[in-house]
Design a protein around this ligand. Structure first.
Ligand SMILES: [Zn+2]
Length: 214
């Protein structure tokens, strides 16, 4: 279980709450239903020190899966997402409440690792989400275009089941996701986490990643 006693609900201190309110104001345009969102931050006892170091400066927002999905339109089935408050610069990790209930700590850690790859991409200046769209290494693509490219790429994977087809299409058309999926899978393997993806699909993702990196 993701929530433990090591997580503390943010009913204090006031300046942290203010920071989160500001963060949420930015996200409000993306998330149409502001109700039913909880805010937590803090370190997780079961996580590796490196993961805890990564989330230390993040605000973690826990929300119903459908609200999260509408906030991140390029990923229909998102269970975690990374963003950054444009005003304050605070990194934000959004987590689906349903995923928190369903996933064990190791699986959750691997997913948090995925989001920390995006945080790293952001911090090293490769990835940013702007009003114009997604900026990857200086090339800006409107969100609709990113989604369309992904849909087009799915056609070549008609023989696969839809979730696997969309994973490959995402990795092929969104280099930031390719890196995050490849690195988090490699991380999951070191911790023995069950990632839900079949090894045969992930081998294709890893191969693509090494080809692109080469
Ligand atoms: Zn991602």
């Amino acid at each position: 279980m993701f929530i433990s006693e090591t997580y503390f609900h943010l009913d204090q201190p006031v300046e942290v709450i203010e920071e989160i309110r500001k963060a949420f104001t930015d996200l409000a345009e993306l998330i149409n239903t502001p109700a039913d969102i909880e805010y937590f931050m803090g370190l997780q006892e079961s996580f590796a020190p490196a993961i805890n170091a990564g989330i230390e400066d993040c605000v973690i927002m826990i929300m119903p899966a459908d609200i999260l999905a509408s906030a991140v339109s390029t990923h229909g089935g998102a269970i975690l997402a990374y963003s950054r408050n444009a005003m304050t610069g605070t990194p934000i990790i959004m987590v689906s409440r349903e995923a928190m209930r369903e996933l064990d700590a190791k699986a959750m850690e691997a997913l948090v690792f995925h989001e920390l790859v995006h945080k790293d991409q952001d911090e090293r200046g490769d990835l940013s989400i702007t009003l114009e769209g997604i900026d990857w290494k200086g090339e800006v693509s409107p969100l609709a275009e990113v989604g369309q490219r992904m849909q087009d790429a799915m056609a070549q994977y008609e023989d696969l089941e839809p979730t696997e087809a969309s994973l490959l299409a995402i990795c092929e058309t969104m280099p930031w996701e390719l890196e995050a999926y490849a690195k988090s899978y490699e991380y999951a393997q070191t911790t023995g986490a069950d990632t839900t993806w079949s090894p045969s699909i992930m081998e294709r993702v890893i191969a693509l990643y090494h080809r692109v990196m080469a």
